[in-house]
Design a protein around this ligand. Structure first.
Ligand code: ADP
Ligand code: MG
Length: 328
């Protein structure tokens, strides 16, 4: 069991940012409206994620750390958890196998909170403790028992950069959730959770970008696009600012990236890339279901249609504001 979990952890848990992704998505699934993410040493020695979500029942805690244990399948059937991000039940067992975890959690119904400690997949302690409603996960010393994998980690600064980028993506994809990110005791990002994408752009990308945006809004039967794109003048020399989200997730699609960039042709110079913060809502029926859920690449059953629709949305937005093409 333990060995299987250690192997499985390799697929899901590669680095501190993977831990943060899984735990933060669990917090969002638990209907949290505020999530605080704190790391030290790039997240290698310390990660703490606190949410104000539904908490975990005392009786269900050990189960939650078992492989393939999830509370969400039935919730999906109940249509209770429409925004459920995870339902494979692998994250907690995978993280517990390769790190030291301390969990403090309390449900609204419970009179007291619970503190639970599990290290290398082995339960260490469980006790009642005073705690606010919600859940805190502390993950210490990632890969302490798998030195080879630990060697594959980059420097603390680089790992912290990955976590930071991930938190930004989470903030963009969930404007209704307030995120706080603290790195080595320093506040790095705060979003209010008021639902405004523009506010998030302001906090993540700064005033220069937030004040040079065009709003995009386009809808057809299978696709809806909403959000903002940057005016041509704020284009960049790399693709870091091309943010888009498909059905609430940060996923890459070659078709969509190419369509966006083609839409900007004539407005920005070659080797310049636009700022975008777009949300795509795409019917499941036209998304290629054979794509593995952890792979970040997506395909569509009607590539041409998706491409043309996105391209036109970008072009219409750019031209509709009577922007003068800058170069060709
Ligand atoms: P999955 O998310 O695929 O269900 P995980 O291993 O990530 O699997 O989590 C296992 C279970 O632990 C979840 O189904 C959920 O019931 C519970 N859980 C994990 N994190 C939280 C949290 N922050 N708040 C409430 N419940 C949680
Ligand atoms: Mg999960």
């Amino acid at each position: 069991q333990n060995t299987i979990n250690k192997i499985a952890a390799g697929e899901v848990i590669e680095r501190p940012a993977s831990v943060v992704k899984e735990l933060a998505e669990n917090a969002i699934d638990a209907m949290a409206t505020a999530v605080t993410i704190e790391i030290k040493d790039g997240g290698i020695s310390f990660i703490r994620i606190t949410d104000n979500g539904c908490g975990i029942d005392k009786g269900e805690i050990p189960m939650a750390f078992l492989r393939h244990s999830t509370s969400k399948i039935k919730s999906v059937e109940d249509l209770m958890c429409v925004r459920s991000l995870g339902f494979r039940g692998e994250a907690l067992s995978s993280i517990a196998a390769v790190a030291q975890i301390e969990l403090i959690t309390k449900t609204k119904e419970a009179f007291t909170g619970v503190r639970y400690v599990i290290e290398g997949g082995k339960e260490q302690n469980m006790e009642d403790i005073g705690a606010p409603d919600g859940t805190t996960f502390i993950v210490r010393n990632l890969f302490y028992n798998t030195p080879v994998r630990r060697k594959f980690l980059k420097t603390a600064t680089t790992e912290a950069g990955y976590v930071s980028a991930l938190v930004e993506h989470l903030a963009f994809s969930h404007p209704e959730v307030s995120f706080r990110f603290i790195n080595n005791g320093q506040n790095k990002l705060y979003t209010s959770g008021n639902g405004s994408l523009k506010d998030i752009i302001y906090h993540v990308n700064g005033r220069d970008i937030a004040t040079n945006l065009l709003e995009v809004s386009a809808k057809t039967q299978d696709i809806q696009i909403s959000g903002f794109i940057g005016k041509p003048m704020i284009s960049r020399g790399n693709r870091t600012y091309e943010n888009y989200f498909i059905n609430g997730r940060y996923i890459k699609s070659n078709i969509i990236t190419r369509a966006i960039e083609e839409g900007y042709k004539g407005y920005i110079m070659q080797h310049q890339y636009p700022f975008t913060a777009l949300h795509f809502t795409i019917e499941q029926s036209i998304i290629d279901v054979n794509v593995h859920p952890t792979k970040m690449e997506l395909r569509f059953s009607q590539n041409e249609f998706v491409y043309d629709f996105v391209l036109n949305a970008i072009r219409n937005t750019l031209s509709g504001r009577e922007l003068v093409p800058e170069v060709r």
